[in-house]
Write a protein that binds this ligand. Structure first.
Ligand code: GUN
Length: 281
């Protein structure tokens, strides 16, 4: 049976360490690092994510602001808010929760965020890099790498299969894993030999949102399995991409959904805010 990679426990350990860091920062610079989240509209999942980020920020003692704007907010109004936040010295991290309403140009909004305050790490992604000297890595990929490392299994030289090539996870995660010297395969909807690839993967990361895509017989015995997928069962329960029951009989380590990557992603938003704040000093 696989060992569970417990995202809640890993996140709790991160929060304990970050609380002390925030205290130290505040006593040195006279203010805590600050995070501002912007939510446009009332998408139910986004509403929950933003609330979780706000709670996490409070938990470690950050200065925290949330701007909840109506769905009819114009792009101009949003850009003008971002420019005020860019100039606000209490705020080290600005995040605009995605997706945005259709009438707003996502790329223009991301581009408007000061790269030094871009706690989502979206700025560097445009350049095909995940983090430069002035930017932080995106939160979910950072969470995934941290969770793989928590198993003690080396990424260096391992065959890592990433299923999914999206802008939020697959692409930036691939770049981070290459930086860790993984031998990387990236699979997507056009991939023909998915099972063949997955059976040779020492580390398998799935980020598609297709429930049940990764069956137990696709897992290499002893592999590390990280499930980034989020979807709902017909009964309304949250589920990942991986058939957890079957896969955990073969994997060496596996993340649950919920309670896996999700809580660690939120912790990485806070981590990135502190990292941005440190760079601002
Ligand atoms: N929507 C889904 N994932 C994310 C994320 O990581 N950051 C933001 N800002 N929005 C998201």
């Amino acid at each position: 049976m696989a060992q569970i990679i417990d995202g809640k426990a890993l996140a709790a350990a991160q929060y304990d360490a970050m609380r002390l860091e925030v205290e130290g920062y505040a006593s040195k610079y006279g203010r805590p690092p600050g995070l501002c989240a912007v939510l446009v509209g009332d998408d139910p999942a986004s509403t929950i994510y933003v609330r979780n980020k706000e709670n996490a920020a409070r938990k470690v003692g950050l200065y925290s602001e949330v701007h909840r704007l109506p769905a009819e907010t114009t792009q101009e109004e949003l850009l003008s808010l971002i420019s005020r936040l860019n100039a606000d010295s209490r705020i080290d991290g600005v995040l605009v929760q995605l997706p945005l309403p259709d009438h707003i140009d996502r790329e223009a909004v991301i581009a408007a965020i000061d790269p030094g305050k871009d706690v989502d790490g979206f700025a560097g992604m445009k350049l095909g890099i995940t983090a430069g000297p002035d930017t932080v890595p995106p939160c979910t990929p950072r969470a995934v790498v941290s969770m793989i490392k928590s198993t003690g299994q080396p990424i260096d030289g391992a065959h890592v299969l990433v299923i999914g090539r999206g802008m939020l996870v697959g692409k930036p995660l691939s770049a981070l894993l290459l930086k860790e010297n993984a031998t990387l395969s990236v699979a997507h909807s056009h991939t023909k030999n998915l099972k063949e690839l997955s059976l040779s993967a020492d580390i398998l990361v799935s980020a598609t949102g297709h429930r049940g895509l990764v069956s137990g017989d696709m897992v290499k015995p002893g592999a590390v399995v990280i499930d980034v997928g989020i979807s709902r069962t017909p009964e309304g329960k949250i589920a990942g991409d991986v058939d957890f029951e079957a896969a955990s009989k073969r994997a060496g380590w596996i993340t649950p959904v919920p309670g896996g990557v999700g809580p660690m992603t939120i912790a990485m938003v806070i981590r990135n805010t502190i990292d941005c704040a440190i760079r601002h000093m």
